[in-house]
Design a protein around this ligand. Sequence first.
Ligand SMILES: Nc1nc2c(ncn2[C@@H]2O[C@H](COP(=O)(O)OP(=O)(O)O)[C@@H](O)[C@H]2O)c(=O)[nH]1
Ligand SMILES: [Mg+2]
Length: 195
Amino acid sequence: MISENWKTKKTLKIAILGEGSVGKTTISKKYSEDLSEAGKITMTKGVDIAVKNLIHKSTPIALQIWDFAGQKQFRFMIDIFLRGVKGIVYVYDVNDIETLYLLYEFVEIVRSYFKENNILQVPEVLVGNKIDIGDAEVTIEDIYNFMNTHGIEKHFLVSGMYGDNVYPLFDYLVEKIIVNESGEHISAMKQYSLK
Ligand SMILES: Nc1nc2c(ncn2[C@@H]2O[C@H](COP(=O)(O)OP(=O)(O)O)[C@@H](O)[C@H]2O)c(=O)[nH]1
Ligand SMILES: [Mg+2]
C-alpha cells in the first residue's frame, strides 16, 4: 500500500536539537525503529536522518528527522540543516539543568534563521528526556520559565531509551504541522467568515 502511494508521498522535515548526550539520536531511532535499514540514512558531516513512514488521515508521509551530531559545526551548517524544516524538537535532559539552560542558544539560532528567511509558524516542542532515571533535577517551574521566555507552547517528558511518550510527541508535531499548513491557506478566509 505504501509503495503504491510512493509518488504521492509527502515529505516532512523536522529538526531535533539540543546539547550533546541529551538523547536526540536515541529518541529519533526509537521513533523510527520499525523501519527497514533502507529508511535510515546516515550522512557524513555529522547529520543523521531517520525516516519514519506514516499515514496521516490517509496521506502517506515520510517524516525525516534531522539529527545534528556535531554541536561545534552547527553554526556553519545551519542553512542546510534548517532549510525546508517544518517542525522543531528541542531536547534537554531532565537530570541536567545545564542542558535546559543551554537550549536557548539553539532557540536563538533557529529563530534568527526563520526571521532572516521570512518563515512563519513552524511548530516547536520542548522535550525533557531520560525520565526513566528518576529524581529529575529540572523542576516544573524551570520548564514553565523556559517556555514562557521563549514562547514555546508544548512540552513532553519522554524516555527515548524505553520509548515512553515518544510516539505522542511526534504525533503531536505532525498533526500541528499539517494543521498549520492547511491553516495558512484558509486563515484569511476564516478571519472574515467567523467574525
Ligand atoms: N536512561 C536513559 N538514558 C538515555 C535516554 N536517552 C538516551 N540515553 C543515553 O544517553 C546517552 C546519549 O544519548 P544520545 O542519543 O547519543 O544523545 P545525543 O548526543 O543527544 O544524540 C547514551 O548513552 C544513551 O543510551 C533515556 O531516555 N534514558
Ligand atoms: Mg546524537
